[in-house]
Ligand binder design. Structure first.
Ligand code: SF4
Ligand code: F3S
Length: 109
């Protein structure tokens, strides 16, 4: 089991989540963060921090296509993206993109 960042983070990237992670396992891309499943200790403290509910446990059967998001988090967190441990401003148009469907293809790698 691990926690994973999912679709609603794309083009929002609020980063509240990174400030609470005890093992610093968030990695930052241009418009999305990824959790490294090999490092996440499943403490769960990041989930309520995200204002757009974009962190899930990979065992959440109610979230669609979880296999895809686990793969994305695994690949991107180990693709050379830098670790992020301090909160920064959300992306400028985060409010506009909140809860928009079909953002998957907009994820910048
Ligand atoms: Fe970090 Fe805990 Fe969230 Fe895993 S569940 S990403 S260890 S804060
Ligand atoms: Fe993304 Fe939410 Fe963290 S929008 S950066 S998962 S606080």
């Amino acid at each position: 089991m691990t926690h994973v960042v999912v679709e609603n983070c794309i083009k929002c990237k609020h980063t509240d989540c990174v400030a609470v992670c005890p093992v610093d396992c968030f990695y930052e891309g241009p418009n999305f963060l990824a959790i490294n499943p090999d490092e996440c200790i499943d403490c769960g403290v990041c989930i309520p921090e995200c204002p757009v509910d974009a962190i899930k446990v990979d065992t959440d059967k109610n979230y669609p296509d979880m296999d895809y998001w686990l793969k994305i988090n695994t690949e991107l967190s180990q693709s050379g993206w830098p670790v992020i441990t301090k909160k920064k401003d959300a992306l400028p148009d985060a409010a506009e993109w909140k809860d928009k469907p079909n953002k998957r293809d907009l994820l910048e790698k």
